[in-house]
Design a protein around this ligand. Structure first.
Ligand SMILES: NC(=O)N[C@@H](CC(=O)O)C(=O)O
Ligand SMILES: [Zn+2]
Ligand SMILES: [Zn+2]
Length: 410
């Protein structure tokens, strides 16, 4: 008798098949086409699909001195609301996570406050000794300034001494200095420099929020197995035309022109990771020029809506927000298989709804998609065998824990 049995359409590989998942002690113990008996059975009805828990590898949860922008509680509730069971926390906080002591502070901050599971990061800038002491789950390097202004003076040196996978913000500091509007060349030049270093060093590199055609072609052309990259929903669905109409859409790297956006879709099957770059700011900070767009509570629904429009398959979402994050960041306790955490994202493919930021859990209660009708919605989120969100309501207390990722975790 399992603690919980989840019954319904499961997405395994490309196909949705009817089946049951037996869960006990927060772990997947059985996946079966037949009937399973549980203390509790959750029947997932028609039109809905049970996806493995989705993972967002690029999230800014703020807190520390930026509680007004977002806290660990509000950001991780937003994650569960958006169907995200694990978030990767970015280190460009105030104060930034540049030493072991601040990393310890970050660890303590999450305990008892996170509603989703999480990976913790460390900001690299000429401080690899401290990075080794900290033992983060992944590491961040900025090649040019973004929010918080910290960036590396010696990318190759920093990348070479980092004790684990590096996620890199690839915009070139010199080009930014001459062109504050950050043209595509700022990204393309930085990506090429990052690829040259990756080719020489042969160590894992994840290029954040790739936004340009030439940027994606440079990465795909180099075809280095240890180099992955992310694309955000705002670069997939929006262009600089949207920014011209709504200055809130200022973001680094900036929204691009239609050709760049089309190039991301033309190469969509070869994009390893979809990540929100959830970057909450208060409205007054946005009005004074802060860059960043909230994305946790819209990213999955936008992709479901695009599935309904034939632009991608449901299996693409699982590949780019579950399978690949686990593979690339070496997450050993997650995955849709026996023995792994029982994390699930239940979606209603046909549910039509209107984006209402006032109903968001994030403190950044605004969205580029405010008022947009979408077809497809996250209706339930399950974290290690417990329902933690159902029909827009967060259920239970903050029980998120740190995942086992990178650092050669056993
Ligand atoms: N993307 C943004 O425009 N801003 C991010 C930082 C970043 O991801 O570069 C933020 O932390 O606000
Ligand atoms: Zn960035
Ligand atoms: Zn970011």
């Amino acid at each position: 008798m399992y603690d919980l049995v989840l019954k319904g359409k499961l997405l395994t590989g490309e196909k949705l098949i009817g089946g049951s998942i037996g869960v006990s002690d927060g772990k997947i113990l059985r996946v079966s086409k037949g009937e399973l008996r549980g203390e509790e059975t959750i029947q997932i009805g028609r039109g809905k699909a049970i996806l493995p828990g989705l993972i967002d590898v690029h999230v800014h949860l703020r807190d520390f001195d930026q509680r007004k922008k977002e806290t660990v509680e509000t950001g991780t509730m937003a994650a569960l609301h958006g169907g995200i069971t694990t978030v990767f926390d970015m280190p460009n906080t105030q104060p930034p996570i540049l030493n072991a002591e601040t990393f310890e502070r970050r660890k303590a901050l999450f305990e008892g406050r996170a509603y989703a599971d999480y990976a913790l990061s460390f900001l690299i800038r000429n401080n690899c000794g401290d990075a080794v002491k900290a033992g983060a789950d992944f590491y961040k390097i900025f090649m040019g300034a973004s929010t918080g202004g910290v960036f590396s003076e010696d990318f190759k040196g920093d990348y070479s001494c980092t004790p684990g996978i590096v996620s890199v913000h690839a915009e070139d500091a010199e080009i930014i200095a001459q062109n504050p509007e950050r043209p595509p060349e700022a990204e393309i030049r930085a990506i090429n420099r990052a690829l040259n270093a990756a080719e020489k060093l042969g160590k894992p590199l994840n290029i954040c929020h790739v936004s340009t055609a030439d940027g994606i072609w440079a990465i795909l052309g180099r075809n280095l197995p240890w180099v992955s990259f992310e694309v955000t929903p705002h670069h997939l669905f929006l262009t600089k035309k949207n920014y011209e109409r709504n200055s809130l859409l200022k973001v680094y790297p900036p929204l691009r022109d239609e050709e760049d956006r089309r190039a991301l879709w033309r190469n969509f099957s070869r994009i390893p990771l979809i990540a929100s770059d959830h970057a909450p700011h208060t409205l007054e900070d946005k009005e004074s020029g802060a860059a960043g767009i909230p994305g946790l509570e819209t990213e999955v629904a936008l992709l479901l809506d695009a599935v309904n429009r034939g632009m991608l398959e449901l299996s693409d979402i699982v590949e780019k927000m579950h399978d690949n994050p686990i593979r690339i960041f070496e997450i050993t306790n997650k995955g849709f298989e026996v023995g792994k955490d029982a994390d699930f994202t239940v979606v209603d493919l046909k549910r039509e709804w209107k984006v209402k930021p006032e109903e968001f859990y994030t403190k950044a209660k605004w969205s580029p998609w405010d008022g947009r009708r979408l077809r497809g919605k996250v209706v339930m989120t399950i974290l290690r065998g417990k329902v933690v969100m159902e029909e827009d309501e967060i259920v239970g207390k903050p029980e998120g824990v740190r995942i086992n990722a990178g650092k050669g975790s056993a």
